[in-house]
Design a protein around this ligand. Structure first.
Ligand SMILES: [Cu+2]
Length: 173
């Protein structure tokens, strides 16, 4: 039946796009960086990360930022505070960890240029496994205005609009 095969094809496509890459130890979805205005020195990058065997996200780097850190935002005595996650962000095996506004995020600081909406930012994430062995993941993160909390808002990625963040795949050219 035509409809069934179409749906099967879509499911396959979704899998291919949604997964970072089959067999990769880390899968990143829905990545986006918040656009900045001139003079702004820092911004956040948000995504869902799933580590197949459990890892820690310990840091990162980007050519647009002097400093890249893994941050956490939380309420402290009624005040929203932000600090580096000490020892790295725990990524339990097979469980998606959400980096989102108001929570965990990758902080790009000491920005060398404004991040313009609809551009992309190269970002390398650094992970450590239980034995302390480092691994890296290169991403190309789409920049979005991200005024609201809505996932994928303003991603404008054409046919992939329903699946924001797939451009985060760095596995393919
Ligand atoms: Cu921060």
């Amino acid at each position: 039946m035509k409809l069934t095969s179409l749906m099967a094809a879509m499911a396959l496509t979704a899998t291919a796009m949604g997964a970072y890459a089959a067999g990769e130890p880390v899968e990143v979805q829905n990545a986006w960086a918040r656009a900045t205005v001139k003079g702004q020195m820092a911004t956040g990058v948000f995504m869902n990360i799933t580590a197949k065997d459990g890892l820690k996200l310990v840091g990162g780097s980007s050519p647009v930022a002097g400093v890249t850190q893994v941050h956490e935002m939380k309420m402290d005595a009624g005040v929203m505070k932000m600090a580096e996650v000490k020892g790295g962000l725990e990524l339990p095996a097979g469980k998606a960890v959400e980096l989102k506004p108001g929570g965990y995020h990758v902080m790009l600081m000491d920005l060398k240029q404004p991040l313009e909406k609809d551009s992309t930012v190269p970002l390398t994430l650094v992970f450590k496994d239980a034995k302390g062995v480092e691994s890296k993941l290169d991403l190309k993160v789409p920049v979005a205005a991200g005024g609201g909390m809505g996932k994928g808002q303003g991603m404008g990625m054409g046919k992939g609009a329903g699946m924001p963040g797939m451009a985060a795949s760095g596995a393919k050219p």
